[in-house]
Design a protein around this ligand. Structure first.
Ligand code: PLP
Length: 424
């Protein structure tokens, strides 16, 4: 069956809301590491990693083995938020491998399994803990599409779908929004201290250390440090949304680590389970953990299978520095090649942005270019997506476990695709 014919049932029966299927129109069937295989046996190199869910690659054998063993011994699959041995082992590993070495005393809240679920919980608890309603979010932020998280998301494409008011969020410019020479926090500071500014004292500020969906915008460490100081001095809670930039994506476990700040609340999802199974958590400083028992409940909180692979991921990759060293080497390779591509096309004015294995090639000169490169790359066997308010940024999000030769091969496809698109 041709791939067009195989997609017929999706066109006929699946809602118009479907998205990625349109950019990558084939029926995927199997995957290992950084290779996807479609139903016709065609291979694709993956520079998308499930939008940041598959930081350790597809079907990582260490996780698959542990999941099969757990299933075969009839381990608990669903347990609401009851204690299970899988959850216990995950919490202990997270405490030992992630929290303690970083001096973090945060409590863990397990929310529903999507990133938006974690953001909703974070916003709700921040409002409860402070008794205030306003939350500051930034330009080009992406925090999810449920109503509370959508109010904090910037992109009008998503906001107009809400159908109701998206309230209680004030928007301020992210780092770099007004150019590298402007410190956008001057505006926040002035507004916070000016009773005439119209900005009520917020409950919280929510921020991504590196904006993923918003176009791979990187906040400077000094900007995050100042944000931490401004918020701490006024009793405003600081929420770091690490859903996409966390779990090693920018080179350290948390993207905020480089700045040395300690957030009050951290949202974690996407790659935390390692295997791609849905799982989310919210980290809360003990004094922010003001929840009454069961006050934010739900049926699917704590995915026990996900706990199993999440624990194995922490033990396999985060017990020493070998993994972060390997990410740093691949990050240098990625940045160098992207800068070469930019230098080879000065007429396009490409800008290279990012950290770790989260990079963007911003094609602001022609906002259709990134989408056309992505399409041409797919035809050549590479899955790569775009981001930014105009989809003008080609977004590089390979698995952190990608082999260097795979990274080089994918970059060669990008170069070829760019040349083909420019040749018209
Ligand atoms: N926050 C950030 C930073 C994200 O990148 C995303 C998704 O891309 C979300 C929240 C929402 O996560 P989900 O799509 O799982 O609801």
């Amino acid at each position: 069956m041709s791939s067009v014919a195989a997609l017929e049932v999706f066109d006929r029966r699946e809602s118009e809301v479907r998205g990625y299927i349109r950019a990558f129109p084939t029926v995927f069937d199997r995957a290992t590491g950084s290779t996807l295989v479609d139903a016709e046996g065609r291979e694709y190199l993956d520079f998308f990693a499930g939008a940041g869910v598959l930081n350790y690659g597809h079907n990582n054998p260490a996780f698959t083995r542990a999941l099969i063993a757990y299933l075969e011994r009839d381990g608990i699959i669903h347990g609401l938020d009851m204690a299970t041995s899988a959850k216990q082992a995950f919490i202990e590993a997270f405490e030992r491998i992630v929290l303690q070495p970083r001096g973090l005393d945060h409590k863990l809240q397990f929310t529903g399994p999507t990133g938006a679920n974690a953001v909703e919980a974070a916003l709700k608890v921040a409002r409860q803990a402070t008794g205030r309603s306003t939350v500051v979010a930034f330009t080009n932020a992406f925090h999810g599409l449920s109503l509370g998280s959508l109010a904090a998301t910037g992109n009008s494409h998503y906001r107009t779908a809400a159908g109701v008011g998206l309230d209680d969020v004030a928007r301020l410019p992210y780092d770099g929004y007004l150019g590298a020479d402007v410190d956008t926090l001057d505006l926040l500071e002035k507004m916070l201290d000016d009773p005439g500014s119209g900005l009520d004292l917020p409950a919280a500020v929510i921020v991504e250390a590196v904006q993923g969906e918003g176009g791979i915008n990187v906040a400077r460490a000094s900007w995050l440090q100042r944000l931490r100081e401004l918020t701490a001095a006024r009793g405003i809670l600081l929420i770091l949304d690490e859903i996409q930039a966390g779990v090693g994506r920018t080179g350290a476990f948390f993207a905020f680590e480089e700045s040395g700040i300690v957030p009050d609340i951290v949202t974690v999802s996407k790659s935390i389970s390692g295997s791609g199974l849905p799982m989310s958590l919210v980290l809360l400083r003990p004094e922010v953990d003001v929840w009454k028992p069961g006050a934010h409940t739900g049926t699917f909180r704590g995915n026990n299978l996900a706990f199993v692979s999440a624990r194995v991921a922490l033990e396999t990759y985060w017990a020493d520095s070998a993994f972060t060293d390997a990410i740093a080497a691949k990050s240098a390779l990625l940045r160098e090649e992207l800068e070469r591509i930019a230098a080879d096309h000065p007429e396009q004015g490409f800008v290279v942005r990012g950290r770790g294995l989260m990079y963007g090639l911003a094609c602001d000169g022609d906002r259709t270019l990134a989408g056309r490169i992505s399409k041409a790359a797919f035809g050549r066997g590479l899955v790569i997506e775009t981001s930014g308010a105009f989809d003008e940024v080609l977004k590089f999000l390979p698995a952190l476990t990608i082999e260097e030769d795979e990274l080089r091969r994918g970059l060669a496809i990008v170069r070829e695709s760019l040349d083909a698109v420019l040749a018209g």
